[in-house]
Design a protein around this ligand. Sequence first.
Ligand code: NAD
Length: 452
Amino acid sequence: MPDLLQQLHSNPLSGWLARSLGLPNPVTLAREDGPYAARPFAGKTALLVIPGDGMLEQPLAEILERGGANRHAPDDLAGDERIDILVVDASGIRSPADYTTLHGQLHPLARRIARNGRVLLLAPLPEEAADPVGAGVARGLEGFGRSLGKELGAKGITVNLAYVARDAGNRLEMPLRFFCGPQGAYVSGQAITIRGSVQAPEATPEKQLLAGKVALVTGAARGIGLATAQRLRQEGATVVCVDVPGASAELERSCEQTGATPLAMDITAENAPEELAAFIQGEFGGLDILVHNAGITRDKTLGKMPAEYWQQVIDVNLEAIIAIDRALLDAGLVRDNGRLVYLSSMSGIAGNFGQTNYATTKAALIGYVRALGQVLADRGICANAVAPGFIETAMTDRMPFFTREAGRRLNSLKQGGQPRDVAELVCFLSLPGACGLTGNTIRVCGQGLIGA
Ligand code: NAD
């Protein structure tokens, strides 16, 4: 459904009224509709700022240069030149005195960041700090970044933070491309952790980043699942789309468009995990990417919630996922360097009225990936969760007007996300180059104010 405020502002007749009433005009986010470019930062002005002793200057500078950015020192910026990409290597930050340097360096730049600009802060991993002060100072950057995101979000600027483990300096390329590129347009206010614990793949291609990979996406007849299947196909993956037999016609149609393989199956059926495993074994011999997207809601307050509502949600959103994972992992069908991605939700982080069942399952996935990531690290397999906020789908179209408007505006970017925004994040986590991320839950919510 189109954004009402954007429509009002763009129409010459209603635009003056919207402006005189002081209605916010959500910025049109700079998204991409194709695959990753070989030189993603071409034509962009990038600044690398280092408060304290940065440990990551060299790899960051190389990534920006390889990506085609025009890299400047802060003093070299022309009078009215805007910054598209601001990377802050705070990996050497240790004491509150380093915050003084941080302020001194960023204060003159904050108002020079371009519309749809990107800010990425790199911090040391607090658990690796030499002392509690170092851990606290590193963690303080999260408060800094989230506040800056709220100050700059109305201009479409995103601000994110990556905690980088000491052994992960060689895993920054893909995170930088995502968080500093158009793919991360609706991801802001996030703190991710990049580690070296997962074995890295030997080589990663420069384009068609998923060529040769086999992916399976559940709940892919429509909405976020369909957008994800399309996005993975764009990067060259072979994609299998699963959805309930009742959605077969929709599934066939969408697979025809995307060039994916349809597989009608209710993931809660008793023999679904074995059938899925047999299908993957027979058709492809194994799987590289598994996206657990299928999910349902059955909302009622706990006092009014019938047992079947409770159980249906637990079955689809959690039990089926665990059973499918077990079947595929036990049969050795998830290949080394595989990627497992789970659709959680903001409800799983903040809780939501009438969603005790749904929020339980979505929060369970957050705990599940954290532990599963560690278990599978030796095989180079990563497990991460994605938590969408307000995404414009058939589900949100059905909301009453005022609930929908409130949902859309309660984030720093002042607008709802698109299924493609979620698909971008899932795609990023599916890439070989995302090998530094496991056990993370990343929100795609425009820095939603709820649960922040
Ligand atoms: P959707 O309802 O549009 O699509 C979900 C798909 O899953 C449907 O095609 C449905 O048929 C399929 N499905 C349901 N039960 C199934 C089963 N037993 N077996 C196989 N397929 C089944 O939902 P969406 O908005 O695209 O959401 C996708 C995922 O993202 C869900 O897990 C949802 O909880 C999560 N999510 C969505 C939003 C949002 O704003 N749309 C927000 C937070 C989280």
